[in-house]
Design a protein around this ligand. Structure first.
Ligand code: IMP
Ligand code: MG
Length: 178
């Protein structure tokens, strides 16, 4: 599996450092509140596990599953809600944990959904921000790392369901998907 990667972008130590940095900032920013951490499956599961352990606050944890990618290397415009949140978001301060913000369409979909259900506030903490990929005008509140417009895998991010278990984030060799 490691042979399919052309370049390691962020190793385990760097990711841990990012989780620590964001966790501290979130702890400060939400002082006195009890945010609802909303992890976006499947890509954000490892990032969620690492970040929440760096947040020194009472938090609720929920999961939501959306599909946007259909297994390829470019985002799709159609986003579907696959598995909904299991609790009421009305009045809650929601912190979405995402693996990557690319076109921004998934995040836009989630924000619209949560606000339409009466969430008090919605922010996002993303491991990766691919700003060049943006198609809608939306910004992440907390960013682990900026990434170039290249297809990356590992640490939760997949290509056709694989590579999520790599402990680092790396660039997938082009010959794997072309
Ligand atoms: P967006 O709706 O275009 O912002 O895409 C968000 C979703 O697309 C992410 O949550 C990922 O699941 C997927 N995605 C976007 N870029 C990449 C990538 O480079 N590698 C793996 N998945 C990606
Ligand atoms: Mg995702």
């Amino acid at each position: 599996m490691n042979n399919d990667i052309s370049e390691v972008l962020f190793n385990e130590a760097q990711i841990e450092e990012a989780a620590n940095r964001l966790g501290k900032q979130i702890t400060k920013d939400y002082e006195g509140q009890k945010p609802l951490v909303l992890s976006v499956l499947k890509g954000a599961y490892l990032w969620t596990a690492d970040v929440i352990r760096k947040i020194d606050l009472y938090v609720d944890l929920e999961f939501i599953k959306i599909s946007s990618y259909h297994g390829g290397v470019s985002s799709s415009n159609e986003i579907a809600l696959v598995t909904d949140v299991q609790s009421d978001v009305k009045g809650r301060d929601i912190l979405i944990l995402e693996d990557i913000v690319d076109t921004g369409q998934s995040l836009q979909f989630l924000e619209d959904l949560l606000l339409s259900r009466g969430a008090n506030s919605v922010r996002v903490a993303t491991l990766l921000d691919k700003k060049e990929g943006r198609k809608v005008d939306i910004k992440a509140d907390y960013v682990g790392f900026d990434v170039r417009n290249e297809f990356v895998v590992g640490y939760g991010l997949d290509y056709k369901g694989l590579y999520r278990n790599l402990p680092y984030v790396g660039i997938l060799k082009q010959e794997i998907y072309s």
